[in-house]
Design a protein around this ligand. Sequence first.
Ligand code: COA
Ligand code: AMP
Length: 512
Amino acid sequence: MLIYMPNSPEAVIAMLACARIGAIHSVVFGGFAAPELASRIDDAQPKLVLAASCGIEGANVLPYQPILQDAFEIAHHAPSHTIYWQREQHPADLSATNDHDWDQAMESSKPADCVPVAATDPLYILYTSGTTGQPKGIVRDTGGHLVTLHWSMSGIYNCPPGEAFWAASDVGWVVGHSYICYAPLLHRNPSVIFEGKPVGTPDAGIFWSIMAKHKVRSFFTAPTAIRAIKQVDPDGELAKIADLSNLQAVYLAGERTDPDTLTWTQHLLKVPVVDHWWQTETGSAITANPIGIEEFPTKAGSSTMPMPGWDLACVDEEGEPVPAGESGAIVARLPLPPGFAPTLWNAPDRYQEAYLSRYPGNYLTGDSGFIDADGYLSVMARIDDVINVAGHRLSSSAMEEVLASHPAVAECAVIGKADALKGQIPVGFVVLKAGVSSSIEELSAELIGAVRAQIGPVAAFKQVHVLTKLPKTRSGKILRKTIREIADGEPPKVPPTIEDITVLEQVKEIFA
Ligand code: COA
Ligand code: AMP
């Protein structure tokens, strides 16, 4: 069952309805464009689509039906029916015979009993970005995952049953699956669901007023959201006027919490602020501060300690652990804890290849960082082509595929440049084919439009630069890391094998 709905109680109802009857759900985030939706439809082959007629972002109404219709045109697989939750702001046209109204379907249906499933049966598929344009269908099984989530509500989130929990994420992401839907409800905590942003819907005080209204005890968001609030309300005046007396702790994930964001939040809210690290693959935190059991001292920049079942190491190229405090690829020794994705949908070989083959006996997390002498882990960067934009995991290769398909583009590269609000933003570089006559302005508008149309607005792709050549090694490897270092104002590490060092001057000029 494919679910294409905004962050709403109806989306959670749709997920739980699937779980009840033993159907596998696959929620697709609303900010993805039709081709991304189509690739998920083709891979998951859903029988039914549960959709909303639109999403609402403050004053903006985002119709979902046109995106679904375009996706159906592109996809090879055709789901047999679509059920629309009709919203008055923009109802869907239900004249086609296989489009149905959610309310009418509910009225004409009989209650269905729960269907028992095996602990190892899939609960859901959630697509995430990998190192190629084809998203990975992360499969989550049922039993181990739910046990882990239930434990985490007390062990990590310190939220006794009955107390309100709020993950200000979106059901389209793994955080939303675990901590808007399954974990709080399983642990008997009211779960707050908010279709809006930290700022602008309507203002930078909305998070605080929702917390006050629902007496939220444990609050989870992305560092980007805190940075967005801080930009608009630097002294946190809107938090000071809200009654946050029930708030016991704030949890941040999705991207590294920079020390400024950590200290600003600590000083403003005067509660523990926990940076915890996780991935779609894991479904829950790999490292965290388990304040429901024992609170470890916070170290800025670190996501604290491995959680139960995780045996982590930072290793060098040969897979040997590096000394404490030195950086390496972060790996987890097998076996992996309950809840970890048992496979990739339709791609068991890719699972082996992407996660288990690089360092046999270990899971390659795709992140790099260091473990200090006290056992605290700091996650610093990705080691692959994944970039993290506003806590959203995106593939730079997927964006490169879109740029490369433009008739004027001979070669291209996309990097994630540091950004004060979104953590990273994608920046594209293109080399044009000989004889291209369009202006740079025209071309950038087309390329930006193409990424938006092919991947979606969530990619936030807004910058593209023309180079006469891409910086490459003599063997043809594009020096994306060197470009990123220049873009971020860091001293670039230039390999001696660079093909033509003068190209770097062009990159330096762009970011001068
Ligand atoms: N449906 C349709 N479109 C969506 C969407 C959705 N569910 N979510 C985002 N988009 C669109 C937005 O409308 C925007 O489009 P635009 O280019 O036309 O403005 C684009 O995708 C980018 O959205 P967003 O990433 O939200 O950027 P923003 O500039 O509008 O807002 C922040 C900036 C910081 C407020 C926002 O990124 C944010 O709230 N970040 C926190 C992220 C988070 O909680 N992540 C969860 C990880 S745990
Ligand atoms: P996703 O699968 O979308 O949850 O994204 C997972 C990726 O986000 C991780 O591999 C990290 O690169 C990044 N990430 C998530 N949480 C943290 C964190 N607390 N610190 C650093 N990076 C993080």
